[in-house]
Design a protein around this ligand. Sequence first.
Ligand SMILES: Nc1ncnc2c1ncn2[C@@H]1O[C@H](COP(=O)(O)OP(=O)(O)OP(=O)(O)O)[C@@H](O)[C@H]1O
Length: 348
Amino acid sequence: MTLSVSFRHPFPGLDLDVAFDAPEGVTALFGPSGCGKSTTINVITGLMRPASGRVQLSGRVLLDGRTHLPPQARRIGCVFQDARLFPHMTVEANLRYPSRWRRGAARDFDRITAMLALGPLLARHPHSLSGGEKQRTAIGRALLSDPDLLVMDEPLAALDDARKAEIMPWLERLRDEVRLPILYVSHSVPEIVRLATTVVLMERGRVTHSGTLSDILADPELAPALGSREAGALIRAQVEAVEQDGMLRVTTGSGPMLLQGGTARPGEVLRLRVLAHEVILSRDPPVGLSALNVLPATVVAIRDGLVQLRVGDERMLAQVTPRSIQSLDLKAGNSCFAIIKSVSILPS
Ligand SMILES: Nc1ncnc2c1ncn2[C@@H]1O[C@H](COP(=O)(O)OP(=O)(O)OP(=O)(O)O)[C@@H](O)[C@H]1O
């Protein structure tokens, strides 16, 4: 199942011209306030008819020059910032509401309540739930409408950090277990790093970039849009062994690395975040360093103090001052060594 979107619409002061594809997995829609994210969601869900465009969910046309399916015929499940549960109904009644006429709903009900661990909440009313529990119920209700697409419009924005941390593993589970495209609007880069498989960047009514999360994070050109503290690589690693001192020996597309602080077992696959400000560069093989991970690299590009490197099969970024770029005489094509001061292991 893939969502394909393209539409144009002139608003006074902003001409929207949006096109992207969202495959299965989480596609994050990211951009500054007023860039057109809500309008895009409204066009996809059928709340707004644009001047022209096409929205297709695999083979099914939701919108084109002749077709404009109403929202209820689009098979799209929506989760918003506020859970929008029916306050007078129990969690169970809220969950069963969208599927009350549908065949196979009882089987789905058991599967989805188990996946989201909603069993203990079924008899409760929304007013007695935490923000995270309300959102879990809203996600369950959206899934029980048997959608072809799940749209999540800033689903964590109204939650405090503790509630966000509580619901995040459920969203990851959703991403990994539900074979649907999930369109996820967020202003939070850490949220996107944790959840997204694909990222669509918007600015002033247009899609400026779209690609896999790791490509977007390791592109120095995109660092201003994402915030320079967040620039840096996301790489995949497999645990080879746990050393006697508890350090993890892993293999990555960049070469072997040693990691601290993980509880992973041999064979486990991890996602590692190597932030640009945690990487320093040396033209010569460094000696006498405390850093455990020093990898040979080639400079690919330099932009605004960010050096993009090819390290084995992966791309990484290093944040380097203009003075160091000059003193090391760094240019595209140069060989160097990436000294990685620290690596974080993302929760899986
Ligand atoms: N019905 C409308 N009539 C005129 N202009 C509109 C209308 N709806 C949206 N706009 C304008 O279109 C632009 C995009 O709005 P939109 O709400 O899609 O942005 P957004 O990226 O979702 O912003 P935010 O992150 O703040 O929610 C804004 O400049 C907004 O003022």
